[in-house]
Design a protein around this ligand. Structure first.
Ligand code: GAL
Length: 427
């Protein structure tokens, strides 16, 4: 039985509105009075770990550039947008969106583009200079339906395994030696024997386990099996899907006991800061939390390896900002989107966020050694599988169904039922 975590689909809401047809033409809106600025309201969920600092650094840079524009930060706390999604959908229903909001680019935008709810921003935002500076991948996901509708601000990596150096040393485990997700299970057993938590995890909301399973699938069976899955050919990889779900059930033995009552990913991540757990899988936004703690040093106190079996892969997740129709502050919004696309914005935001910039001309001097290592891995990567948990790879209805399958999985840990739910997710 699938549990629809995302409530009613946006398309259903937007259908009631008649889409964005009634919205004014963007050129006319911007010509009215280009120097008249309404308050810029920015919807986002960056309140956890180092993410708040990243958002603040971005806003600071924008305010320095445009001192006449007032910024109203509008947070919907909840990892992976678990709360923002519903908030924004309601605002869209009321034709009362914020000026801009954080959203994954790529397939996650499809409900919005299908219903014509976003302005085409190629002419006003995507200058030739910006197009030349951006990597091709981020450009492509900015126009999932042809027109440019988003400005990506970062590139996150998902196939990370963070660890506390003292805890793995005490257990006699060398993370560099782990070649597969099955090896990681053995390492967690050793950590457990040494008296620490094997893997820190939050299982209150489903996305972290969905994302963990995706890395286990990539690590154990490679990109072809993963691609077959995201393309909906689940039955072709039935044994791979079942095996890796089984492995995650076995991982669960080594999760912290309070996994199901932690509020969010950063509470789980804290196990690494405190030295209470050996391993933590998460996107590299977790690094922002480690970098932000004084006296907690990369390489000495915490460290990172690609998730076992995924060496050479850079599993992708990105964030972007968009220009919703019925916009309360057109001239301020256009300037914010232009700013988000600059090297200055990306140099301020990404070091705190634990991500690397989608522009190629951002100096790496502002980045910590961890992120410089990620940049080198990105450059050297031979495969860059897109995220299903964070909307790059699958359209919102499918992403919601898969997340629903994992909402049941983290409740009953039943591989047969979850496999069926996953097959049905693509119907
Ligand atoms: C992702 C988002 C990241 C990070 C993470 C945890 O979906 O793209 O930037 O915020 O959720 O909440």
């Amino acid at each position: 039985m699938l549990q629809a975590t995302g409530a009613v689909g946006l398309a259903a809401f937007a259908g009631c509105l008649g889409g964005g047809d009634e919205a004014e033409d963007l050129d006319e809106l911007l010509e009215d009075d280009p120097d008249e600025f309404e308050t810029l309201e920015i919807g986002h969920w960056w309140t956890a770990g180092g993410e708040e600092a990243a958002f603040e650094a971005l806003v600071e840079g924008f305010e320095a550039e445009y001192p006449d524009i007032e910024v109203d930060s509008s947070p919907s706390p909840g990892g992976a947008g678990s709360a923002l999604e519903a908030d924004i959908r309601n605002r869209v229903v009321d034709q009362n969106p914020p000026s801009t909001f954080q959203i994954w680019p790529g397939q996650a935008l499809i409900d919005y583009t299908d219903e014509d709810l976003l302005y085409d921003i190629e002419e006003d935002v995507w200058s030739d200079e910006m197009k030349e500076a951006y990597l091709d991948g981020p450009i492509e996901v900015s126009r999932p339906a042809g027109e440019f509708v988003a400005v990506p601000i970062n590139i996150h990596r998902l196939n990370n395994l963070f660890y506390n150096v003292d805890v793995v040393d005490d257990a006699g485990v060398d993370p560099e030696s782990l070649e597969s997700p099955s090896d990681l299970l053995e390492a967690m057993e050793a950590v457990d024997d040494a008296g620490s938590v094997g893997m820190a995890q939050q299982t209150q909301s489903a996305w972290s386990t969905m994302q963990l399973w995706a890395q286990v699938l990539l690590g154990e069976y490679g990109v072809d099996a993963y691609e077959s899955f995201i393309e909906g050919d689940v039955e072709a990889v039935e044994s791979e899907v079942r095996d890796t779900l089984e492995l995650v059930v076995e991982y669960r033995e080594y999760f912290n006991e309070d996994a199901s009552s932690l509020n969010d990913w950063d509470d789980a991540s804290d196990y690494i800061n405190r030295g209470d757990a050996a391993f933590f899988h998460q996107g590299d936004w977790a690094a922002g939390q480690y970098e932000g703690e004084d006296g907690f040093e990369y390489g000495e106190d915490w460290d990172h390896v690609p998730f076992p079996g995924t060496d050479g892969m850079y599993a992708l997740n990105m964030d972007s900002f968009v220009f919703p129709k019925h916009n309360p502050s057109p001239n301020a919004t256009v300037r914010f989107l232009q700013y988000a696309g600059t090297a200055d914005a990306q140099e301020r935001f990404n070091p705190h966020k634990g991500s690397i910039p989608p522009r190629t001309d951002v100096s790496d001097e502002a980045f910590t050694p961890f992120l410089q290592d990620q940049m080198a891995d990105f450059e050297a990567s031979t495969e860059q599988p897109p995220s299903m948990a964070h909307g790059l790879a699958v359209i919102p209805s499918i992403q919601t169904n898969i997340e629903g399958a994992f909402a049941n999985f983290i409740d009953n840990w039943d591989v047969d039922e979850t496999y069926d739910d996953l097959v049905n997710s693509f119907d």
